[in-house]
Design a binder for this molecule. Structure first.
Ligand code: GLV
Ligand code: MN
Ligand code: MN
Ligand code: MN
Length: 439
């Protein structure tokens, strides 16, 4: 029937995406303005501008738009029957400090393109469909990833999210910034106030597997586990020229050994460990730093692996702080004064498995869009990165669609997904929703 041959408008999809990327810093490292690069931190002035466009555009397309108390924006297009909750398409408009214009942004625009295709073809779905922009997915400005889908799911307390303080410069809270830009809604951020029949998310892979294997679509079956920690090491500020090695408690030296050690622990356990935030005080060339804090992000496909690395971190870091020379960390054996350490567990995202009916809807949609060669052009995969779909999957059937990105690079202004792949992904998304609507 006519539904089966529905296509997205590639040019319109890409024009819309680049249009909203005027709000943010787009041009970097000599790239053309319209190709790559985006800095649009959550709840910044530019995020407000992109949100305003989202609200106006979806409203003009006939949607009922709701903003909840986490600033999540839900745009709902009514169905023939409205006694069941909408099937949602969702992702995020915020980016990393040095991000691209596909991570998150593509998923939201694909949802808007879906609305446009339905409207111009006079299609009435059985049940309502919606598009959602989730707040602060990145966890880059406010250091909790997927913060607002987490509140919606009931996994993160509202107060925890509202009280999150920005990483730099560390003055504003999330609640203050929501209010400042006019997106502190009154509707509760909860799956009860805004129920979903299902949630589908289109995203760039952010890794190299699709490109390397020449696939066009990834059928995402789940997301790996991760855990975030903040580690504070306290030593003693002293003069660099007059304090001999025996007399110093160098917090940065201790932290450096910990970071290196966590890398070794992760490698030995087939996990990943990364430090992306590092602060030291007082920050002076001729003072031994006495106060260092750093982030640790541990990831692995299985919860047990993350737990094992975490246990080793908790066992070994205090020894390093105390000055023990763990294997491979011999700094010459110079004794120095011990540092103290505090390990804070900030956030936990257990391994996620998506819902078979949504995975099936995506696979069938991909077959339809990719045509006779579809089997050689798609593959099942798990996501290395977190997504709002992790939290929606706790409350409604959920799955994701991946498309390749150049060299697997993401969280980088060079991040790029070609127009053909963007459109293919958006079309698979459209057909996943249409299929689910009739299931
Ligand atoms: C969230 O997007 C994450 O993977 O850190
Ligand atoms: Mn993302
Ligand atoms: Mn991201
Ligand atoms: Mn993400």
């Amino acid at each position: 029937d006519a539904l089966k041959s529905l296509k997205v408008n590639k040019q319109r999809l890409m024009e819309d995406l680049h249009h909203t990327c005027q709000w943010g810093i787009g041009k970097r490292w000599g790239q053309a303005e319209t190709e790559t690069g985006m800095t649009r931190l959550a709840l910044s002035d530019t995020d407000k501008q992109a949100r305003d466009w989202f609200v106006k555009t979806t409203g003009d397309l006939g949607c009922k738009v709701t903003v909840d108390e986490m600033g999540n924006i839900f745009a709902v297009r009514p169905g023939l029957k409205n006694d069941k909750p909408p099937t949602f398409v969702g992702s995020h408009l915020d980016t990393q400090p040095t991000g691209g214009r596909y991570d998150g942004i593509l998923g939201v625009h694909a949802g808007i393109e879906m609305l446009k295709v339905l409207n111009e073809n006079w299609i009435e779905t059985e049940y309502p469909v919606g598009v959602v922009n989730w707040t602060n997915e990145e966890g880059a400005r406010f250091p909790l990833s997927m913060a607002s889908s987490g509140v919606w799911a009931g996994s993160i307390p509202l107060s925890t999210a509202h009280n999150l303080r920005e990483v730099h410069p560390g003055t504003a809270t999330m609640a203050e910034e929501l209010s400042r830009i006019g997106y502190l809604g009154s509707v509760p951020a909860s799956h009860e106030a805004m129920p979903m029949a299902a949630h589908f998310e289109l995203h760039i892979e952010q890794g190299p597997l699709l490109e390397i294997t020449n696939k066009k679509v990834g059928i995402v079956t789940g997301v790996q586990a991760y855990k975030w920690l903040t580690i504070n090491v306290k030593g003693r500020d002293t003069h660099t020229g007059t304090t001999d090695l025996v007399g110093r408690a160098d917090a940065l030296l201790a932290a450096s050994k910990m970071i290196l050690h966590s890398h070794r622990l992760a490698t030995a356990n087939s996990a990943l460990s990364s430090t992306g935030i590092l602060n030291l005080k007082p920050g002076s060339t001729n003072t031994v730093p006495g106060d260092v804090s750093f982030s640790l992000d541990i990831r692995a496909p299985a919860d047990e692996t993350v737990a094992r690395v975490l246990a080793l971190v908790k066992e070994d870091f205090p020894k390093i702080a105390a000055g023990e020379n763990l294997g491979g960390l011999n700094d010459g054996g110079t004794p120095s004064l011990p540092c103290s350490i505090d390990i804070k567990e900030d956030f936990d995202s257990p391994a996620t498995t998506f819902h078979p009916s949504c995975i099936d809807a995506v696979a069938r949609a991909a077959h339809r869009v990719l045509g006779p060669d579809s089997r050689s052009l798609m593959m099942e995969m798990t996501s290395g990165a977190g997504h709002d779909s992790v939290y929606t999957s706790k409350r409604c059937p959920t799955s994701m669609i991946f498309v390749p990105c150049r060299e697997g690079v993401s969280h980088n202004p060079e991040e790029f997904c070609n127009e053909e792949d963007c459109a293919t992904g958006a079309e698979v998304l459209l057909h996943s929703v249409l299929r689910y609507d009739r299931m």
